[in-house]
Design a protein around this ligand. Structure first.
Ligand code: MRU
Length: 342
C-alpha cells in the first residue's frame, strides 16, 4: 500500500494512529499537510521528499489565482512553510525544490497545476523504483539465516512504498532467504515498535521487538549478524539518522558486526559536513508522557528538564557500506561516493 498519494489533495496513511488503526488522512491544503509532517503523521526521509513535492502541487491548487505570477508568489510562500517543518532530512527540501523548478516553467495556472502534479507523481514513482533497487543490491549482502538489527521505521511507511533498510530485508526474504529481524522500539515516538513491527508482521517476516537499551545484549549474546539502518542525510563525514543509530554503530564495531546504511542518492548532501546540519529537537512532552497521543499518563515529573534530539550523527568510519539504488558503496567514501553521485 502506498504511504502517500494524490487524490483531490494529498492523502497519506496517518502514522500517528498505527498500529491501532490504519486510517487515511486527507490534506486539502498546505497547512494541513505541514501539520501532518510536524506531528509525524507522515515521516521518514523519502516519504518526506514525496510530501514536499505533493505539497507544492497542493499549493498550486489552493486558490483561484488570477494569474500564473500570483500563483507562483503563493507557491513560494507555501514552499517556505513546508521547508520549515523538519530540518534534518534533506529529501524534504529536494522534493520541494524539484517541483518548484518545474513550476517556474508554467505559462498558465492550468499548466502550473498539471506540471507540478506530474513532477510530484514522477518523484513518488521514482521512489518506489529506487527502493526496489536498493533492496536488490542490499539483499546480496544478507545471507540465508541472518539475524538483522534495525532501528526506527525504514519500510513502506517511511518511503512511498517498499522501504530502504526494511526494503533490503523485504527483498532478501522475497529472494527466499530466511531472515530474522530485531526491531529497536525507537523511543520516544516508537517508530520501531509501532510501525516496523506492524509492517514486518503484516508481511509475515520474523520480527522480535527489543527496547533500545537491549541492543548491546543481543549483540553480546550473538543473536545479531548485521545491523541495517536508514538515513536522513548523508554528508561527507557521516550519517544523520534516528536517535540511537550512533549507539548501534559503536556497539556493532565493538562486536565486529557489519553496520550498513541504506538510502537513495537524494539523501546525500555530500558538499556538507556534520557541523552544517541542524538536528531537530522535539518537544519535551514526547519524553514526559507515555504517548503524545494520550497526555494523561506522566512517566517523568512534570517539570523535568528534557533533551530530545530526534537524530544523531554517525561518523562514516563506523559504516561498513552504503546501500544505494546505484549500487553498494564501500570505503574509501571520499573517493567512491562522488562516483555514484555523478
Ligand atoms: O523522525 P522520523 O521518524 O522521520 O525519522 C526517520 C528516520 O530516522 C529514518 O531512519 C530515515 O528517515 C530513513 S527512512 C527510509
Amino acid at each position: 500500500m502506498r504511504t502517500i498519494f494524490w487524490e483531490d489533495g494529498v492523502k497519506l496513511i496517518d502514522q500517528t494512529r498505527l498500529p491501532d488503526e490504519l486510517t487515511i488522512l486527507h490534506c486539502r491544503n498546505v497547512e494541513e499537510l505541514t501539520d501532518a509532517i510536524k506531528r509525524l503523521a507522515i515521516r521518514g526521509a523519502p516519504a518526506l521528499e514525496a510530501a514536499g513535492a505533493y505539497g507544492i502541487t497542493l499549493a498550486a491548487h489552493e486558490k483561484n489565482f488570477g494569474s500564473v505570477e500570483e500563483a507562483m508568489e503563493h507557491i513560494k510562500r507555501r514552499a517556505e512553510l513546508l521547508a520549515s517543518t523538519r530540518p534534518t532530512a534533506v529529501n524534504l527540501f529536494r522534493g520541494i525544490n524539484r517541483v518548484l523548478n518545474v513550476a517556474i516553467k508554467a505559462g498558465s495556472v492550468k499548466e502550473l497545476r498539471e506540471l507540478t502534479l506530474k513532477e510530484a507523481e514522477a518523484i513518488a514513482e521514482e521512489d518506489i523504483q529506487r527502493n526496489k533497487l536498493i533492496g536488490s543490491f542490499g539483499a546480496k549482502l544478507l545471507e540465508d539465516g541472518d539475524s538483522i538489527l534495525t532501528i526506527c521505521n525504514t519500510g513502506s511507511l517511511a518511503t512511498v512504498e517498499w522501504g530502504t533498510a526494511l526494503g533490503v530485508i523485504r527483498s532478501a526474504v522475497q529472494e527466499g532467504k530466511n531472515i530474522r529481524v530485531f526491531a529497536c522500539e525507537t523511543r520516544p515516538l516508537n517508530q520501531g515498535s509501532r510501525l516496523t513491527v506492524w509492517e514486518l508482521m503484516n508481511d509475515g517476516i520474523d520480527v522480535t521487538l527489543i527496547a533500545d537499551s537491549m541492543a548491546g545484549i543481543v549483540m553480546q549474546k550473538g543473536m545479531v549478524d548485521k545491523v541495517i539502518a536508514g538515513a536522513d542525510r548523508i554528508v561527507r563525514d557521516g550519517v544523520f539518522n534516528k536517535i540511537g543509530t550512533y549507539t548501534l554503530a559503536v556497539l556493532a564495531k565493538e562486536h565486529g558486526l557489519p553496520f550498513f546504511i541504506a538510502a537513495p542518492v537524494t539523501t546525500f548532501d555530500w558538499e556538507k559536513s556534520g557541523k552544517d546540519v541542524t538536528i531537530e529537537e522535539r518537544s519535551r512532552e514526547e519524553l514526559l508522557y507515555c504517548h503524545v497521543k494520550c497526555r494523561q499518563s506522566l512517566i517523568a515529573p512534570e517539570n523535568t528538564k528534557v533533551f530530545n534530539p530526534a537524530f544523531d550523527f554517525t561518523p562514516l568510519e563506523y559504516v561498513t557500506a552504503l546501500i544505494t539504488e546505484r549500487g553498494v558503496v564501500f570505503p574509501p567514501y571520499s573517493e567512491n561516493v562522488p562516483k555514484i553521485l555523478k
